[in-house]
Design a protein around this ligand. Sequence first.
Ligand code: 5GP
Length: 207
Amino acid sequence: MSSSAHLGVPVVLSGPSGVGKTTIRNQLLARYQDIVASVSATTRPPRPGEAHGKDYLFLSEEAFQEGIRGGMFAEHAEVHGRWYGTPRGPLEERLEQGADVLLVIDVQGGLQVKEAYPEALMIFLLPPSREELHRRLSGRGEDSEETIALRMKNAEWEMTFSQRYDYWVLNRSLEEAVSQVRAILVADRCRRERARVRLSRLGLSWL
Ligand code: 5GP
């Protein structure tokens, strides 16, 4: 099926580690029944509290490479020395059902999604400042100083891709960021509805 036949669209949410992507995704999922999220595959080990199949599909390096060869991923990329990918099957299935599917992925993956699904909504989440980003990364208490330094360096690099995204959301407060992402989604649905009705006409003679 060509991507234009899909009813839903992929919603790509990217931004540097620690900017709050996962928190925003969880809030959107908790509040809005019409948003679903893709569960990524990764070769990184689970963090405490993370569950296989819910937070990620935790795969071995071999299984992941096998997945790449078999065309299992809609996009995949190496991030901080580990592999991450969006399983293609579940994504396509949800899109065909008409769901908008949230993909919390890095910039390399985001650009691959835009290439494969030109209708994808591209949202970049920005931290209020560099200092605040460092504070949030340290505050998670999950990563070593070395890992945090690597993530800060990677953040600078990821920010250079922000120009390729359609929307920027500054994460000053969780409430504001969640409502802005929601507003972008709702507005885009109205735009798609217009295109859909005009195409089918649906016997609506006044349109
Ligand atoms: P973490 O290991 O902290 O959960 O995620 C590290 C980075 O990998 C984040 O920037 C996250 O957005 C990215 N990531 C998570 N899942 C995927 C995916 O399926 N594809 C790509 N390209 N990046 C992902």
